[in-house]
Design a protein around this ligand. Structure first.
Ligand SMILES: NC(=O)c1ccc[n+]([C@@H]2O[C@H](COP(=O)([O-])OP(=O)(O)OC[C@H]3O[C@@H](n4cnc5c(N)ncnc54)[C@H](OP(=O)(O)O)[C@@H]3O)[C@@H](O)[C@H]2O)c1
Length: 261
């Protein structure tokens, strides 16, 4: 595990009960941050926090992990989680807008408008809600603020079957750049665009045909949550202090590897 220096810093990670958010919370805490991770369910959040705490026990310099319930589209939950983080640690430095969903499969024109609205509520409105709450709670007060939005390579290309999801991630990519303009210099805002990563959300994309998906990428494998966590930690850390409004594609070369094959 590559660690960065988050000693004395506080991070909120939405959707940290499993997958990419869980790996990110683990790495940030291993790197010294006090991490507040969320789930829709208190027990799932607490279980994830307890599991990471056990994993990091004895690691010199590790921070703490706290699990809190909070639906990503609930402004009250966002305010409560961010306020709790500041009440307990005195500061807020990092927000990782990770929670996302993809319930809409098939051609865009076939989708129920309510489902389209749901995708955008979670994947686009959600990050604006948590950004607002984090700023209100004091993100960037010490000019160390960093927001990392988890987008997708689907934001950068066309794919059959998940067009609504990809449009929502394209919107989040645009918001990343807009927020970088609005929030500097106190807060840097960047995004990560993962390719196919081994998580529950993306099972339909890899579970039955992992070898074929892996073969389409120059690096010959699908991603693991830790691959994305490394990129998030870099963009959230002081190591990237002159980077804002940028996007980091972390896809094993999937985008460049599949065209024309
Ligand atoms: N896996 C991939 O291949 C891939 C590729 C590109 C981008 N991404 C993006 O990466 C991010 C993380 O996805 P993942 O693959 O790690 O998925 P995952 O393993 O299914 O984890 C999703 C996390 O988000 C939480 N969550 C879901 N809906 C939520 C809501 N309404 N409010 C609060 N939390 C919610 C879940 O917690 P609970 O269920 O406990 O509430 C869980 O912790 C998403 O934004 C996704 O779009 C994933």
């Amino acid at each position: 595990m590559t660690t960065y220096d988050f000693t004395g810093r506080t991070a909120v990670v939405t959707g940290g009960s499993r997958g990419i958010g869980h790996a990110t919370a683990t790495l940030l805490a291993a790197s010294g941050a006090d991490v507040f991770l969320t789930s829709r369910k208190q027990d799932a959040a607490e279980a994830a926090a307890a599991q990471i705490t056990t994993e990091l026990a004895g690691l010199a310099g590790a921070g703490s992990v706290t699990g809190l319930a909070g639906h990503v589209a609930d402004p009250d939950a966002a305010e409560s989680v961010c306020a709790t983080a500041v009440a307990r640690t005195g500061r807020l430095d990092v927000l990782v807008n990770n929670a996302g969903t993809n319930p809409a499969y098939g051609p865009v024109a076939d989708q129920d408008p309510a489902l389209v609205a749901k995708v955008f509520e979670i994947n686009v409105t959600g990050p604006t809600i948590w950004t607002r709450a984090a700023l209100t709670a004091g993100l960037g007060a010490e000019e160390t603020g960093a927001i990392v939005n988890i987008c997708s390579i689907g934001a950068l290309t066309m794919e059959d079957g998940i067009g609504v999801y990809n449009a929502s991630k394209a919107a989040l990519l645009h918001l990343t750049e807009q927020l970088a303009r609005e929030l500097g210099p106190a807060v840097r805002v960047n995004s990560v665009c993962p390719g196919v990563v081994r998580t529950r959300l993306s099972e339909a994309l890899w579970k039955e045909h992992e070898a074929a998906v892996a073969a389409g990428s120059p690096l010959g494998r699908i991603g693991e949550p830790a691959d994305i966590a490394d990129a998030v930690a870099f963009l959230a850390s002081p190591t990237s202090s002159w980077i804002t409004g940028s996007n980091l594609v972390v896809d094993g070369g999937e985008l460049v590897g599949t065209v024309g094959k």
